[in-house]
Design a protein around this ligand. Structure first.
Ligand code: AMP
Length: 210
């Protein structure tokens, strides 16, 4: 199956996608992860997008569309995939239709206040990328990764000004995709508030593994 995971930042798309990818044996394709890896590697792409991403704004449609088109042409994406964080604008969704068929768009439903609480408390390991949360998934020792002992930090785009901006961008530019896909009969709504295991169960009920 070809899935799109749609929802505001902090809705838990990435966490669920990582689990679904393993369970259904399909790649988890996160444009945010691809951009962050490019920034870390200081590649030409990374240098181009760093300031935009740190501010919480969107990278240009043209650049993002080309990146995803190329990624979806790779052999591992031919058996299915999860797109996490793409499309984020109507032009991206229209472009996606020209090079791929989407079976279902999973819409993660969550209120803005819950998003702010989740993102502002998120901490990421500098060394291995593991995610924690100061309230919901606290590391055993403050500021230290349980998995590898690395130092935990707050992503620049998880700072409060950037979160507010990302939510505005989401409501204005991305939320219209809900109607775009609902009209095509592709939307499947998921309540994004419960624990990941409960959401995964709901997901598996809706999309039984073949
Ligand atoms: P995410 O981890 O999905 O929240 O993405 C982090 C950041 O990467 C976003 O705030 C944007 O700056 C950029 N980004 C990710 N996906 C897209 C996209 N489809 N279109 C434009 N920018 C994107």
């Amino acid at each position: 199956m070809n899935f799109v995971f749609l929802g505001p930042p902090g809705a838990g798309k990435g966490t669920l996608a990582a689990k679904v990818a393993v369970d259904y044996d399909i790649p988890h394709i996160s444009t945010g992860d691809i951009f962050r890896a490019a920034i870390k590697a200081q590649s030409p792409l990374g240098l181009k997008v760093k300031a935009i991403i740190d501010s919480g704004a969107l990278v240009s449609d043209d650049l993002t569309i080309e990146l995803v088109k190329d990624r979806l042409s790779q052999p591992d994406a031919q058996k299915g995939f999860i797109l996490d964080g793409f499309p984020r604008t109507i032009p991206q969704a229209e472009a996606l239709e020209t090079f791929s068929d989407i079976d279902a768009v999973v819409n993660f439903d969550i209120a803005d206040e819950a998003v702010v609480e989740r993102l502002s408390g998120r901490r990421v390991c500098k060394a291995c990328g593991h995610n924690f949360h100061v309230k919901f998934m606290a590391p055993k020792q403050d500021g230290v990764c349980d998995a590898c002992g690395g130092e935990l930090y707050t992503r620049d785009d998880d700072k409060i000004e950037a979160i507010t901006h990302r939510l505005e961008v989401y409501r204005k530019q991305t939320a219209p995709l809900i109607d775009f896909y609902r009209e095509k009969g592709k939307i499947v709504d998921i309540d994004a508030r419960p624990e990941t295991t409960a959401i995964l169960q709901e997901f598996e009920g809706k999309f039984p593994r073949s």
